[in-house]
Every structure is written in structure tokens, then in C-alpha cells.
Design a protein around this ligand. Structure first.
Ligand code: SF4
Length: 387
């Protein structure tokens, strides 16, 4: 009997298909979306994603408590009233059992759990929490769990979710109230979404002795006229004030049977440039005003934003590699935190006078940075052959 129930639950999982394909959850979202390779046994492989998680690479079960939803986000495959969507619903016990079965069989080591909204956000979040509670406390699973936070839940629900999970996500979807109204008419930007991220940071501050989840968000890019400046300004605020671990950018793609079905898809390169810029804000501590926006508030898509900035600022004022502060070294295209540290270590031992010296300490494409630097007072020749 128990075996039959498990088998039915796994069949239901397979019916969900690739439900969270458009909801990145790991550290390499573009690779995640490009996966869809061969099928695995049980035919629920579409629900398993190989993610780069904060605990390393893992096969993670990405699933939803229900694919039914009472809201009507204009871009979403699960929006209310979309007749062609197959609706599948799990109880917390069923979802936890499915996870335990897959984890026990070595198919997954991690869970990403989202949901459509039925009977309100609070009821829906309770089901997500109950599932995670069973997995953590009845089944004793200590591995990676990522929980989605429904819009406008209660403070205590958020706190409990953060106790159970490694990561929680509150998807803002849009960078301003106006843009959100166009994307998701029933979501309320500040009260239901931004507040959740503010609370999450408050909870981490108030309970520093506890192991609590980090938080992330996602934007849908390019459906409603949102600009890169809007998206990155909001990202910057979230990194600095709400201490987000990560902001995801998901290029809009039209879904048949939704109000946005005839809108053009957003180019993947725009998403990629947003990620590059977002890392400059988060990891390199750039100010958003320093990013090279065009007059329309967007970034060039044909060039890396760091290189666009360097073309404007460093070509005539190259950085002296032997003397520059770490912060200045990080401004050079092709030099990241690891490279900057390597330069600082190497110059204590002697002079860096040739591009080949940079190559020897791990800078992968030193010829590309030649026009932005001086090596011991001399600008190296461009496009030197290193081998
Ligand atoms: S609330 Fe979530 S599942 Fe429901 S329509 Fe909006 S994006 Fe889709």
C-alpha cells in the first residue's frame, strides 16, 4: 500500500514536468536553464536540476506544492484561468515522502520548493513550512533546502521558513511598483514583497546565534519596459540594505495563453550583462552610478560593462600594476578578486614588467588588459604573443 502511494506521488511529480525551469535556484542560472538533457528513469528527471548551491554542486529536486494559482501574473504559465495548464497538487506528507524516496535512492541531494497560491499566501506558506518541517525533523535530512516565500506572509512564517531552509527567495519580479503593476496586477510591491526581504534581514540581525537562511530575489527582465538602470538600482539597494546573497535576472519569454503571449522575448545577452553588472555591485563594490548606462537607461549589450567603463576611464589613465591599491586593480578588465590578490603577492616578491608575468600568476588573458595598465611605468605592447 505504502509502495503504491509512493509510486503515485512520483508519477505526479513527473506530470509536473519542468515546473521551475524559469525559476533559477543555483549559482549558475544560465547553465541551469540550458540543461534539459537525457531522460532518467521514473521520467521525473525534469524536476531534478543539477545546481551549484552554497553547499557545492548537487542534484536538487525542484518542485511545487501546487501548480494551481489564484493570482494572475501576466507572464506566468501557472496563472489563474489558463485552461491548458495541468494542475497538480501535493500534500506536505506526499511531497516529503517523494523527496525522501528520491534522496534515499541517491537521485537528489537537495530540495527547491515553490508553489502557486491557493487559499491565500498564509495557507500556502504553511504547506511549504509543513513539508520542510517533516523533511528536517521527521526524516532528519540535513542537506540543502531552498524555500520560496509567498507574497505577504506573516513574520513568524518567514522566521520559521528561514530556520528550516538554507535559502529563501522572495521574487520581486519588477524593480518598481509601477512595473510590478504591469507584470503582476495582484501583487503589492512594498507590502507583500519588499517587506519580506526587509524582515528577512531583520530576523538575521535579531537572531545572530541561529543558523538562518540567506535570501535572494528574481526579476523578470524586459516585458514591461523596465530598464537596466531600474533593475540594477534596486539590486544595489537590496545588496546593501537587505543583504541579499544573490539577485537573479530572468529574461522574459512569452508563454502561449497569457496576456503577454505576443510580446517579444528578451535577448539572453541582456540577462548576461545584468549578471555581470550585478556582480560589479555585489563583489567589486561599484556604485550603481558608475555603471556605463546609455541615455535610455540600458547597458550596451555588445560589450562587458567593466570593459565599457575601462574604455572610457582607463585608456588615458592606465593603472600602474606595481603600485595600485587592490580596489584599483579590480577596475582592470580581466582582473578579479583572485587576480588582484595574486598581483599583490607577486609584486612583493619582485617586479611585474611583462604581460607574461601576469600570465604566470594566473591572469588568464593578460593581452586584453594591456591597454589599461602600466607595468613598472611602461605600457605593454598590445596583443603580444605569449607562446
Ligand atoms: S503568484 Fe506565482 S504561480 Fe501564481 S501566477 Fe503569479 S508567478 Fe504564477
Amino acid at each position: 500500500m505504502a509502495g503504491r502511494l509512493v509510486s503515485e506521488t512520483l508519477t505526479k511529480l513527473s506530470q509536473m514536468g519542468d515546473v521551475t525551469l524559469h525559476e533559477p535556484a543555483g549559482d549558475r542560472p544560465q547553465a541551469e536553464r540550458a540543461r534539459r538533457t537525457r531522460k532518467q528513469e521514473f521520467n521525473f528527471s525534469d524536476c531534478i536540476a543539477n545546481l551549484q548551491t552554497p553547499r557545492g554542486p548537487k542534484p536538487v529536486l525542484k518542485s511545487m506544492m501546487t501548480t494551481a494559482c489564484e493570482r494572475n501574473c501576466n507572464y506566468c504559465v501557472f496563472r489563474a484561468g489558463r485552461a491548458k495548464t495541468k494542475r497538480v497538487t501535493f500534500s506536505p506528507d506526499d511531497m516529503a515522502t517523494a523527496f525522501e524516496t528520491l534522496e534515499g535512492a541517491g537521485k537528489v541531494d537537495g530540495l527547491f520548493l515553490s508553489s502557486g497560491i491557493i487559499k491565500g499566501s498564509v495557507t500556502t506558506q504553511d504547506k511549504i513550512i509543513d513539508t520542510a518541517d517533516i523533511i528536517r525533523n521527521r526524516q532528519g535530512y540535513r542537506g540543502y533546502i531552498h524555500l520560496k516565500i509567498m507574497p505577504g506572509i506573516e513574520y513568524d512564517q518567514l522566521y520559521r521558513s528561514m530556520q528550516l531552509a538554507d535559502r529563501v527567495s522572495v521574487n520581486l519580479e519588477a524593480p518598481t511598483s509601477e512595473r510590478l503593476a504591469a507584470l503582476a496586477p495582484k501583487k503589492i510591491f512594498i507590502e507583500e514583497l519588499v517587506r519580506m526581504l526587509q524582515w528577512a534581514q531583520q530576523i538575521r540581525r535579531d537572531h545572530q546565534d541561529e543558523r538562518l537562511a540567506s535570501s535572494i530575489t528574481q526579476f523578470v527582465v524586459g516585458a514591461v519596459g523596465d530598464t537596466d538602470l531600474e533593475l540594477l538600482s534596486m539590486s544595489d539597494k537590496l545588496y546593501s540594505q537587505a543583504k541579499l546573497a544573490r539577485v537573479y535576472y530572468s529574461a522574459f519569454g512569452p508563454v502561449p495563453g497569457t496576456p503577454f503571449e505576443n510580446l517579444p522575448a528578451t535577448e539572453a545577452i541582456r540577462e548576461f550583462r545584468l549578471y555581470q553588472s550585478s556582480f560589479l555591485l555585489r563583489d567589486y563594490k561599484w556604485d550603481v552610478e558608475e555603471l556605463p548606462f546609455l541615455r535610455d537607461g540600458n547597458l550596451r549589450t555588445d560589450v562587458d560593462p567593466k570593459q565599457a567603463w575601462a574604455d572610457e576611464h582607463l585608456q588615458h589613465q592606465p593603472v600602474e600594476v606595481m603600485a595600485a591599491e587592490r580596489e584599483q586593480l579590480l577596475r582592470i578588465p580581466g582582473v578579479g578578486p583572485v587576480g588582484a590578490n595574486a598581483i599583490i603577492r607577486a609584486r612583493r616578491r619582485g617586479k611585474l614588467t611583462e604581460l607574461i608575468h601576469l600570465k604566470q600568476i594566473g591572469i588568464r588573458t593578460p593581452d586584453k588588459l594591456a591597454k589599461y595598465v602600466l607595468l613598472n611605468g611602461v605600457q605593454p605592447a598590445h596583443q603580444l604573443k605569449l607562446f
